[in-house]
Ligand binder design. Structure first.
Ligand code: ZN
Length: 353
């Protein structure tokens, strides 16, 4: 259910100023987060379309809140909504708020009525390239999302002189998510899984249009010298509980020699990516002034020397390294140093960054 037509303010203002209507606003040099304005249709005293025991205003709020949550959980993006509760908000308030906030894009969520079935979406009668891009990105992905949860007819991409499309100063698209007064559509709209799939489709389309990439999946693992199957050292390495700074039950130590004889920590790296490698050791004035730590990176071994006389009893970063996927000896403590003092091998932590 939709808003009222009138002349498009943006075009008039641009014409009055003697300039072409501004295209898609460029991202500022400091790369601030893109600003996504979500507009759940209707609300408060305006229920929108009502049929089959459903109210449009409740469905649009449900979907839009889920879009917001998905975006905020997965992307570096700022989200503002025309309403987050069952509030009465005029069409002018919605576009004024989005314009004042400086939204990058505007997405309005509605449910159709009047007989029919399926999904359709709208942009303004005349649109710039960024709006067409947003429209294409949203339409295809909302449809794909819906179709993971039900059979949905594609009614196509359309244009219309709707208030929220006309009066918003940024690329704007309005989605009509099935027909509330068609029983088969209403049955889908009664499914929580369908509403979530619809929201996911919107979020996917917004992310695609804005070029957002999801942050890498979080990964962090600790391998201790006592972790079964993940630590190997020759018989030249003793076991100690001497220092209370130890990680876990005990730690391993060896005299420096001019041979590697490294103690190895085996780590199951889930994907080739960048990881921060930290080590934990006990510190003592009698320990190594320069203990070589070997990190097996995708591009070859890198050695980082660590003074183990101080700084013990805490995680110490060796740096960030590109590590290949696989389960292999990824971090070693070598005995090959001319520095005096025991070299210590206690625990390794690998964290995706
Ligand atoms: Zn509506």
């Amino acid at each position: 259910m939709l808003g009222n037509p009138s002349v498009r303010r943006r075009t008039l203002l641009a014409a009055a100023a003697g300039i072409a209507a501004a295209p898609f606003a460029a991202r500022p040099a400091f790369a601030a987060n893109p600003k996504v304005y979500l507009d759940p249709g209707h609300g408060g005293t305006d229920p929108g379309a009502v049929a089959n025991g459903l109210q449009e205003k409740a469905l649009t709020l449900n979907i839009a809140l889920q879009i917001r949550n998905i975006l905020q959980a997965n992307y570096a993006v700022d989200v503002r909504m025309s309403r987050t509760t069952d509030a009465t908000v005029s069409l002018a308030q919605r576009t004024d708020d989005a314009n004042a906030w400086g939204a990058t894009i505007f997405v309005s969520v509605h449910i159709n009525s009047g007989g029919g079935t399926g999904f359709e979406s709208y942009r303004y009668l005349t649109s710039d390239a960024a709006t067409v891009n947003l429209h294409n990105a949203l339409h295809s992905r909302v449809l794909s999302g819906m179709r993971t949860a039900g059979s949905v007819t594609d009614r196509g991409l359309k244009t219309a002189n709707f208030h929220v499309l006309r009066e918003s100063n940024m690329p704007a698209v309005l989605t009509e998510n099935l027909f509330i007064d068609t029983v088969s559509d209403a049955n889908l709209l009664k499914s929580a899984a369908f509403l979530t799939a619809t929201a996911q489709g919107h979020a996917n389309g917004i992310a695609a249009h804005l070029g957002l990439s999801a942050p890498p999946p979080s990964f962090s693992t600790i391998v201790d010298n006592t972790t079964a199957g993940r630590f190997t050292a020759s018989a030249n390495w003793g076991t100690s509980t001497f220092s209370g700074q130890r990680y876990g039950a005990d730690y391993r130590f060896a005299n420096p020699v001019l041979a590697s004889d490294a103690a190895w920590f085996k780590v199951n790296i889930p994907a080739t990516a960048n990881y921060r490698v930290d080590v934990w050791h006990a510190a003592d004035p009698g320990y190594s002034a320069s203990a070589p730590h070997v990190v097996v990176t995708a591009g070859g071994n890198q050695t980082v020397n660590l003074d183990q006389r101080t700084g013990g009893g805490a995680w110490r970063s060796l740096g960030t390294f590109n590590l290949a996927a696989g389960d292999y000896n990824a971090v070693g403590v070598s005995r090959w140093t001319s520095a005096a003092g025991y070299v210590i091998a206690d625990a390794v932590r690998v964290t995706r960054v």
